[in-house]
Design a binder for this molecule. Structure first.
Ligand SMILES: C[S@@+](CC[C@H](N)C(=O)[O-])C[C@H]1O[C@@H](n2cnc3c(N)ncnc32)[C@H](O)[C@@H]1O
Length: 299
């Protein structure tokens, strides 16, 4: 089932639910491979958070290192990995997570009661001016329809001397698995099919991101280009995840289960053929993923 919601500010919000059992029989026979048997937010939390976003969360928290007693806001928190990780580090002080997607927040709520989870838009934060010491925004900025407005909102809710920590994927060409995937998609399903995946990545350079943050009112702004090694059990798991548990599943809704699995396998073979063999050592998919990481503060 695919649900499309349109937010107050024109944001597109896709919620994809995979019916239980749909991908279990005859597909996933190897135990350490991924089981696509839950809703998209649950699958996101089960697979993408450990594989990808917890890696970036630890990096961001190490850079910002919120102090005892500081009030922290996690914007576009998703299932809440950044705020939850901070709570697990023993943070003392108010922790708030906000996201537009109620289904992602439901997973966040089930995982932790240490954080105040709030549904709302990054473009119109429902918080008083000067109410937080730290704002974090991990892998969300690329999705906001009005990035300058979201950054101005982050500056508005920060107290004087407040800090911002933000990460966002850089150009897709700097993340080989994603780049191979969009090329394979375009080849199999047509040139428009990779649009959603490409939208996860910025096309500009680090200086431009720094300028957006400065123009939003931040004073000391540093942007670092950071690479992390990301691992998936196989190229097939990577492609299957993308095409069954994300909004890209809409690309294969016309196919029955067998046809969908054939297409996924063919795209996975094509992805593998486009990658340097070192990325597929021992059948695992291990690739560098590049992001811009911003650390900024107000005067
Ligand atoms: C790739 S996820 C990142 C989630 C989380 N920060 C993490 O690292 O796992 C992007 C999130 O941005 C949220 N999002 C997109 N547009 C938004 C908006 N305008 N306001 C708030 N959240 C938004 C989505 O609902 C989604 O949960």
């Amino acid at each position: 089932m695919l649900a499309v919601l349109i937010g107050q500010h024109g944001e597109y919000l896709l919620i994809f639910l995979v019916s239980p059992g749909q991908f279990q029989e005859g597909v996933m026979t190897v135990h350490d491979h991924w089981q696509m048997d839950a809703s998209a937010p649950e699958l996101y939390e089960r697979y993408l958070v450990p594989a990808i976003t917890s890696v970036w969360a630890d990096d961001l928290l190490d850079r910002i290192d919120p102090a005892k007693g500081e009030c922290v806001l996690d914007v576009a928190c998703g299932t809440g990995v950044v705020a939850r990780r901070l709570a697990e580090r023993g943070h003392v002080g108010r922790l708030v997570g906000i996201d537009l997607n109620g289904a992602m927040l439901a997973v966040a709520r089930a995982k932790s009661s240490d954080v105040e989870w709030t549904e709302g838009s990054a473009l119109d934060l429902p918080f008083a001016t000067r109410s937080f010491d730290v704002v974090l925004c991990q892998l969300g900025l690329q999705f906001f329809p009005d990035r300058p407005q979201a950054l101005r909102e982050m500056a508005r809710v920060l107290k004087p001397s407040g800090r911002l920590g933000l990460s966002v994927y850089s150009a897709i060409e700097h993340t080989p698995a994603a780049n191979a995937f969009v090329q394979a998609l375009d080849g199999f399903l047509g040139p428009e099919s990779s649009r959603t995946k490409r939208a996860e990545h910025l096309t500009c350079n680090a200086d431009e991101v720094g300028n957006w943050v400065r123009q939003a009112g931040f004073d000391r702004v540093g942007v670092e280009t950071v690479t992390k090694q990301i691992g998936f059990p196989s190229a097939l798991d990577y492609v299957r995840f993308q095409l069954t548990a994300t909004p890209m599943a809409a690309l294969l809704t016309r196919e029955d289960d067998a046809g969908r699995e054939r297409t996924i396998a063919a795209i996975a073979d094509d992805v593998a053929a486009r990658l340097d063999p070192s990325i597929l050592a021992n059948g695992r998919l291990t690739f560098p993923q590049e992001s811009f990481v911003v650390v900024a503060s107000l005067r």
